[in-house]
Design a protein around this ligand. Structure first.
Ligand SMILES: N[C@@H](CCC(=O)N[C@@H](CS)C(=O)NCC(=O)O)C(=O)O
Length: 220
């Protein structure tokens, strides 16, 4: 049996959950509370830095959300592939997946970390840099999405990464000024796999430090 270790509020856990729901794969969810010493030790036994998510099947333990999705798509394929099986043909999707993790997810995370973990004044120092990067990333995504339903071809890896990245980044630094990106986000939110992930995360949104930026339609 496949087990996903993670938390419903965790962006990278959500990224893998979307893939699992899209593929229709049976799995067991092990809810991890990083505030619990036992769970922290468990995560460190699965991933060197103790980061979630981790995916286990028998003796195989995977970390890194993108690799999990690639592996799931190869070994537990669903009705539609999330990635082109040809490594060259899949490059654009993998490139956009990296772009979303590094330029959107990590910039959002820097602002969140500055608010919750760092000393007074950190947010004011970190935030302008990260928000500037988010503006550049939003503009690039808006250009890419102009005339496209999904980031690369059919719904796939990059769209799994885009959902949590845009959901949380948008709550901190809105992208309403980008029409193609905003329309894409609305399309993404209609996807049944995404709606399931949002429903699972709803009870936890109150703990997101920028919860006031989450649109009301996602809070009920
Ligand atoms: N590159 C990793 C990132 C994983 C990650 O940063 N996970 C966050 C939760 S969304 C985490 O576990 N943070 C706690 C920590 O860093 O100790 C992936 O794609 O899976």
């Amino acid at each position: 049996m496949l087990t996903l270790y993670g938390h419903p509020l965790s962006s990278y856990t959500q990224k893998v959950l979307i893939a699992l729901y899209e593929l229709g794969t049976d799995f067991e969810f092990r809810h991890i509370d990083l505030g619990d010493e036992g769970d922290r030790a468990l995560m460190r036994s699965l991933e060197p830095m103790g980061r979630m998510p981790a995916l286990r099947e028998g003796d195989l333990v995977l970390s890194q959300s993108s690799l999990m999705i690639e592996w799931l798509d190869r070994h537990h394929p669903g009705p539609q592939r999330l990635l082109d099986p040809d490594p060259d043909a899949s490059l654009p999707a993998r490139q956009w997946d990296r772009f979303l993790d590094f330029q959107v997810m990590q910039m959002m995370q820097q602002i969140v970390d500055a608010r919750i973990f760092m000393s007074e004044g950190a947010e004011e120092r970190v935030s302008p840099f990260a928000r500037g990067k988010l503006d550049l990333a939003y503009a690039a995504l808006d250009r890419q999405l102009d005339g496209r339903d999904w980031i690369v071809g059919g719904f796939g890896l990059a769209d799994c990464a885009a959902m949590p990245a845009l959901f949380y980044a948008g709550a901190i630094h809105p992208f309403d000024a980008h029409p193609a990106l905003s329309a894409y986000f609305d399309r993404l939110m209609q996807r049944p796999s995404v709606q399931r992930v949002i429903a699972g995360a709803q009870p936890w949104f109150q703990y997101f430090p920028f919860k006031q930026g989450i649109p009301a339609r996602f809070l009920t």
